[in-house]
Structure formats: C-alpha cells, structure tokens
Design a protein around this ligand. Structure first.
Ligand code: FAD
Length: 659
C-alpha cells in the first residue's frame, strides 16, 4: 500500500503531499486535539465515570501522526480508574513510514513516554487491520489501513466517541461522503458522541442525515466554529450472515477455563487475562507446550501471496501481531530463557514455481520493504553467512522462536493459573455453566470454556463435526559444527533450518499424512537431511560430513492440526444438531432468509487448526477469541472473522446438501 508522502515545513511540521495540507494546527497540535476532540467529547468526565472492568471505544478517521491517540492515552491514564481499558480504533489511507512518524512525534517531548512506545511497536504498514497492545492490555490500538469507505464497514464493534479528523472536506472530498456518515452511525453505540474541527455544511448535513444531533462549538485557535454531535439511538446494523451472528452474551463472572496449554491456549489465556479475566488453563501433560508447541526452534514463517485473499491478509496481520507481541514479552523479561532470536528469515526461490510465486508477491505492491525484500543469491548468501544458490525473499524482522518459552511467558500473568496432568474426557452444559470431566475424576465448571487441544480438538462430542486433520511432523536436531556457526538467518526452502542454539540446529520438518506414530524415525531424519542437501548444499556442506549417522540423531515428533481451507478454526462452537435443524432450509435454497438465530447454549469457544504456522496465527486468533468473549472490538475485519468461524463448514455442507 502507499505510505504518506510528506514534506516538512519551515517549522519542522509535516505537510501531506497527497492533500497539500498540514497534519495538525501550526499553533499547537496537542492543544488543538485537547480542545476539539478530548474536551468537546467530555472525555475526562466520561473516563472518570467508567466502572471497574469496563472498556471505552474511541473511533477516529485519519490516524496521521497518531497525535490524537497519544493525547487520548495520556488523558485515559490521568482520569480512568485502574481496572478499565481503552480501545482506540483509527483509519488511515496513507500511513506514515516509521521514520516520518518518529520525526513528527519528536515535536512533542511532553508525549514522549507514550510516543516512544508507539514508535517501537509501529508495524510495517500493509493494507488491512493492525492491532497494537500497550500497557499490559490497558490500551489497545487498532489501525485500519486503507480507504475508510471500505475498511469501516468491515469493522466489528460499537464506538462510544468519534474523532472526525483527516484532511478538510475541501482537500479530501473522497472521504467525507454520505457512506462515511452512515458507517459512523452503524458502528456507534447508543449515545455515542462525535466532534470534528470542521464546521463545513456537508459534514453537518451528512452527520444529521445519518441520525446524529449536531451543534456548533467554538473552534480552536483561529477557527471560528467546529461541530460536535450525539447519536441518540443506536442503528441496528449487523448485516453479517445470520449463522455467524451471535447473541451478545455478557459473562459477568469473567472466569474462563482453557483446555490445552500449547500456543493457542496460552495466547488465549493471556489475551483474556489482559481483559481482566481470571483464567484457568489445564493440560493432559504436566507442563505447557508438550505437543506441537514443544519444538526447540519454530520459524516465524509466513507464506504470502500476490493476491489479497482472506488467508493472505490474515497471516500478514498475524505475522505483524506476533512480532509486536514478541517485542512486548521481551520487554517484560523475568528470566534468562531465550524467547526468540530476530535473525531475519530467508525464503529461497528453490524451484521455478516458487520463483514465479515470489515474483508475483514482489510485483503486487502489497508489501513494504520493511516487511520483505526480493534479493539475489549473492545478497542472501551474505546475510545468511553461508552460500545459497538461488534468489529469494528476505524478511528482516522475522527469526525463530523457542515455543515452550513463548507459552511459559504468555502464561506468566497474575490472572492465569495452570494445572497439568488433567486430561478432559467430556464437556457438558447444564444450568448456564459448562462442566468438564477429567480422567482424574475431577469436574471443573465455568461459564466460558475454550477448547485449544491442537489436533485432538475434535475428540470432544461438541466439536466432532469439525473437519480437522492431523499431520505428523518430525524435526531433526543437528549438532552444530565450527562452519555451521556461520549461519546467521533462518533459511526456508522445501524445509527449514535455524541458526545454532544450544549447540544444535533445528531442521524441519516432515509431512506424514495418515500416520500417528510418535516414534522418531531414521528415514524421516534422512528426508530432512536430503532436503537440506538438495536445496541448500552450501549449508549442508557446513553441517554434514560422511561420518554422520542419521540413526543417532535426536529429533522430535508432533502433530499439526489442519483444515480443508487452510484457515484456523476460531470462534464460538454451536450445538451442531440445533444448528443443522434450524438452518436446514439452506439445503434447498442457499438464499433462504432467516429472521432470527436459534437458541443455543453460549460460552463454548475454540481455537485450533493452526497448521504449520501457529506462531503466526495463534496469537492473533487469541485476540479474536477474547473479542468474542468480552464483546470487545475485533482485531480483524468482518470477512476474516467469518472465514475463521467454526460454523463455516456446516454452512457449506448444508448449502451443498451434504449433511
Ligand atoms: C514438526 C512441526 C514443526 C512445526 N514448525 C513450525 C514452525 O516452524 N513455525 C510455526 O509457526 N509453526 C510450526 N508448526 C506448527 C505449530 O507448532 C502449531 O501450529 C502450534 O504448535 C499449534 O498450537 P496448539 O496450541 O493449537 O496445539 P498444541 O501445541 O498441540 O497444544 C494442544 C494442547 O492441548 C492439550 N490437550 C489435547 N487434548 C487434551 C485434553 N483432552 N485434555 C487436556 N489437554 C489436552 C495437549 O496436551 C497440548 O498441550 C510446526 C508443527 C509441527 C508438528
């Protein structure tokens, strides 16, 4: 996507080339924000009146330099009670580059405690939704990058306050359209307020036509007037397919039980804990990360595409979210254990097909250089530290993660309790609670249950309808040599190899279908070694000599969980019988109109199907689940939420009359 093209005026302030206009008042940006947006929306009083556990949602058009966000954060810190959270959602068509953002924010040293954190977590900008979490989850920023007329309708939330910023109607007529005003009303909570620096007739009329009650207020500085407004009644506007709509259940107890302590369960526990929930995580093993999430080195690998599909957008946003999560967790380090190494990652163009795919990615213009770069074999070899014989993609911010440390760090939160050696045999719903039976005979109860059992997630009666597949994988741990210490980056081709850690390199991984053997096999080590030799002989030569006996190598076997459409399964679990009976008319008519949703027991959720890229998908999936459970703004657009919804398979099968 296009980033903002900026020039700097004689006072060192940014001016947009696209709109030929300044980003904020030349007199004082922060004072203008306080006057126009903070005070005219009565934010100090409204923040102070929040009840413990409540969240407040601010929506904004035009993120720009992030000044309004930073000032709002500062006010929230000052006025809101401790146990409350701020969601700030902002749209931006031309995001600033990190360098421009840093330069602009340096203008306000009084905000540096906040702006430094924004700069540190500001992602490589791609079109789509980006979530940034600050202050242990108390402040959550969701950036919608792209044309507001397209991104706002895809947003899933109710906003309490709108900051209508962005360039003035005369400079930016494309934004101030009737569709914008209608979207603002559609995404507002009852009693939502709005304020804008402009008093243009078009804005006033547009807001009034959408249902806002508008009045004039004194403008900032030399501006005579501005306008502010209030939406007296919320506009019912959930036009999602009815089978994906759910009644907004409010779980007052804020207690959840999570089954499974791999990446998916641990990340969900953390996201819920940061929303103020008490979370108990149980696992059949004595410690977390004992199954697929237990490998010593997992690669931060994203297989992108030149097309903007739901899958590509989800994994791009997931990758960027995981990067910011890792940086956040690294900043809270309590021990010396290795969480991850940001070594960079190379995806080699190891075949003609792969090279064409990479070329399409580079030509798509979707990905900034900060995210990935196309480099020739020489440049890649120099980055890798060992010879590579093909061109490829280089991801400078990626690297490898120690998944057990990631799970451990995620679970290290005062609101989370872990109990091992508890294997769940069944789940049932009775008296508004879910009851979980375990092999030890214990029954645990909770209003909210999350199933995060990896490839075993469809073993329970409630989830048996999910078409999950288990794929065996074996990694090989190769002892490091003097020459192999030179390997500096992760290199991925048909398999992958990581730089040395604890005197060994992780080499992976095999794909064995219909195979449930947990034994480490020599033949699988040979497959991994053969891939290394075929596609990266320069690395293979540095590691393997004729004396190597693959039968003696160490390795690890575990199981991926995949789905037919390669997307994870994230969201509420419905009762399959009730669902199929209610939506049976779809068998005859895919366009049948339903007026309501069926009565369902609420509170059962799932996150699984993370395939070969759990590091990239499980953390963002956790934020999606937490948003469902806490009625928070969704971190991803509506089409992604639907594409991940557990009921999608049943809907497809009903429409095809297959169930
Ligand atoms: C060989 C291999 C290599 C991989 N390499 C990478 C990589 O480089 N990068 C990457 O991003 N991804 C990689 N993956 C994928 C990644 O590991 C998975 O996507 C991720 O670990 C899935 O996490 P999870 O929490 O869903 O499942 P798991 O980690 O399997 O966790 C599920 C947990 O649920 C528990 N559980 C199951 N049933 C019950 C029950 N009835 N009661 C109680 N507890 C239960 C299990 O004990 C387990 O701890 C790899 C996978 C494999 C197999």
């Amino acid at each position: 996507m296009k980033t903002a093209s900026i020039r700097w005026n004689e006072r060192g302030q940014p001016v947009s080339d696209h709109y030929d206009d300044i980003y904020f008042s030349t007199e004082s940006g922060p004072d203008e924000t306080r006057h126009t947006f903070i005070n005219q929306n009565f934010l100090p009083e409204r923040f102070a009146a929040l009840e413990p556990g409540q969240h407040f949602v601010v929506g904004e058009t035009g993120f720009g330099t992030g000044l309004n966000f930073l000032c709002t954060w500062q006010y929230f810190d000052q006025y809101a009670p401790a146990d409350t959270r701020l969601h700030f959602i902002s749209t931006e068509k031309y995001p600033l580059t990190t360098a421009d953002l840093t330069q602009a924010l340096a203008l306000w040293p009084e905000l540096s405690a906040y702006s430094q954190q924004l700069v540190n977590h500001y992602p490589a900008m791609t079109a789509g939704q980006h979530r940034l979490v600050f202050d242990n989850g108390r402040i959550v920023l969701t950036l919608l990058c792209g044309d507001v007329l397209k991104t706002l309708p895809e947003l899933e939330t109710s906003v309490d306050v709108w900051f209508l910023d962005g360039f003035a109607p005369a400079k930016n007529p494309d934004m101030w359209q009737p569709e914008l005003f209608q979207s603002l009303a559609n995404k507002s909570s009852c009693g939502a307020t709005c304020a804008t620096f402009t008093a243009a007739r078009l804005v006033r009329d547009g807001l009034e036509n959408a249902g806002f009650m508008i009045e004039k207020a004194p403008g900032f500085g030399r501006k005579r007037d501005m306008i502010r407004g209030r939406l007296p009644e919320a506009v019912p506007s959930d036009d999602s397919p009815i089978w994906f709509q759910q009644s907004k259940t409010v779980h007052n107890k804020k207690n959840a039980l999570i089954i499974g302590a791999g990446m998916a369960g641990a990340a969900t526990a953390r996201s819920l804990a940061e929303c103020g929930w008490q979370v108990r995580v149980i696992d059949s093993h004595d410690k977390p990360a004992s199954e697929a999430s237990g490998n010593p080195q997992g690669m931060l690998y994203t297989r992108l595409s030149g097309n903007s599909t739901v899958l590509t957008r989800f994994i791009t946003e997931g990758y960027l979210y995981t990067l910011s999560l890792l940086n956040r967790l690294e900043g809270q380090k309590t021990s010396d254990d290795t969480l991850w190494q940001q070594t960079g990652l190379i995806q080699l163009g190891f075949s003609a097909g792969e090279q064409q795919r990479q070329q399409r990615i580079l030509e798509s213009g979707q990905y900034p250089e900060a995210l990935l770069q196309g480099l020739d074999a020489e440049a890649l070899s120099s980055l890798a530290g060992l010879p590579l014989n093909a061109s490829g993609l280089y991801f400078p911010d990626a690297g490898w993660v120690h998944p057990p440390s990631l799970c451990k760090r995620l679970l290290e939160h005062p609101n989370i309790e872990f109990t091992g050696n508890l294997q769940v045999t069944s789940v049932m719903h009775e008296g508004n609670q879910w009851h979980v039976q375990t092999t030890s005979g214990t029954t645990l109860s909770s209003e909210v249950i999350v199933i995060a059992c990896g490839h075993l997630s469809s073993k329970l009666a409630q989830t048996r309808y999910l078409p999950l597949k288990s794929i065996r994988g074996q990694i090989t741990q190769l002892p490091a040599t003097k020459s192999s210490q030179k390997l500096q980056t992760v290199v991925c081709s048909e398999g992958y190899i990581a730089p040395t850690w604890n005197n060994s390199h992780t080499l992976g991984a095999t794909f064995n279908f219909d195979d449930d053997s947990t034994e480490c096999r020599k033949q699988d080590h040979d497959t991994n070694l053969e891939n290394l030799k075929t596609y990266t002989p320069g690395i293979s030569d540095a590691l393997i000599d004729s004396a190597l006996d693959s039968a003696q190598l160490k390795g690890r076997v575990s199981f991926r969980c995949t789905t037919p459409d390669y997307l994870p399964v994230v969201g509420p679990v419905v009762d399959a019988d009730i669902f199929k009976t209610y939506f049976a008319p779809l068998r005859k008519n895919a366009k049948h109109r339903f007026t309501d949703t069926p009565e369902q027991p609420a509170g059962l959720y799932i996150t699984t199907g993370h395939g070969s890229r759990g590091l990239v998908t499980a953390p963002l999936a956790a934020e999606i689940l937490a948003a469902y459970i806490c009625n928070d703004p969704s971190p991803v657009p509506r089409d992604q939420r639907h594409a991940l919804h557990p009921s999608r398979f049943m809907v497809r099968d009903l429409v095809r009359n297959k169930v």
